[in-house]
Design a binder for this molecule. Structure first.
Ligand code: SF4
Ligand code: SF4
Length: 203
């Protein structure tokens, strides 16, 4: 799941200030699940835009904004897209990028993409992977320190966590290395911590 969040409405309105006929495109996968690009959010955005003097000519909710075959395929959902002078895409940057390739119309993102995450038991889990290109997750009990330790330490912990195991940089979060240690201990795999890792290139 790509984690994205709403841009401030003032920023969205400023970005489309030279456009009057807007078509909204959501995403019925990640963005809908996160409540930043599903039907309710599209309808709410439509009202906001209309109250700000814009004409919303229509909207579409493709299964995944990042996977659309062609402009015609998107337009099949609502032909009024052809009357728009701008698309507002309520999806992650990947979705907005793919939709930007479909035609010549201006495409504006309404979301900011913040991380590659997931969901488990109904809970959204941000920062599960930073796409480093060389996955070493197994050695850390399935918890990626490169993604979840603020210092990206692969040979942690840093020594700054509090006595109750909270992260030095965010007391509301448990030190990722505490979690890794507990997980490897459960699996009788603490020997994996003997391996020393070179730093990954910063991403
Ligand atoms: S090591 Fe972490 S950042 Fe790299 S691919 Fe695996 S989960 Fe993603
Ligand atoms: S306390 Fe733990 S999670 Fe926080 S920066 Fe240090 S090693 Fe990383």
């Amino acid at each position: 799941m790509i984690i994205s969040e709403d841009k401030p409405i003032a920023e969205i309105l400023e970005s489309i200030e030279n456009h009057s006929s807007i078509f909204i495109v959501g995403c019925n996968t990640c963005a809908a699940k996160l409540h930043v690009g599903g039907e309710q959010e599209i309808l709410s955005m439509k009202s906001v835009l209309e109250n700000s003097g814009k004409k919303v000519v229509g909207w579409a909710l493709p299964t995944a904004a990042c996977s659309i075959r062609s402009w015609d395929h998107l337009a099949e959902k609502d032909r009024s897209i052809n009357k728009a002078d701008a698309l507002l895409v309520m999806a992650c940057g990947s979705g907005a990028s793919v939709i930007s390739k479909l035609g010549t119309i201006d495409v504006f993102p309404s979301n900011n993409t913040v991380s590659l995450g997931g969901s488990y038991k109904g809970e959204v889990l941000p920062d599960q992977c930073k796409m480093c290109g060389n996955c070493t997750l197994f050695y850390f009990g399935g918890i990626c320190p490169y993604s979840q330790c603020p210092k990206k330490l692969l040979n942690g912990p840093c020594g700054g966590c509090s006595d109750d195991g909270a992260c030095e940089t965010d007391n509301d979060k448990e030190c990722v290395w505490e979690l890794i240690y507990k997980k490897l201990d459960e699996k009788n795999s603490l020997y994996l911590l003997e391996r020393i890792f070179e730093p990954k290139v910063n991403k």
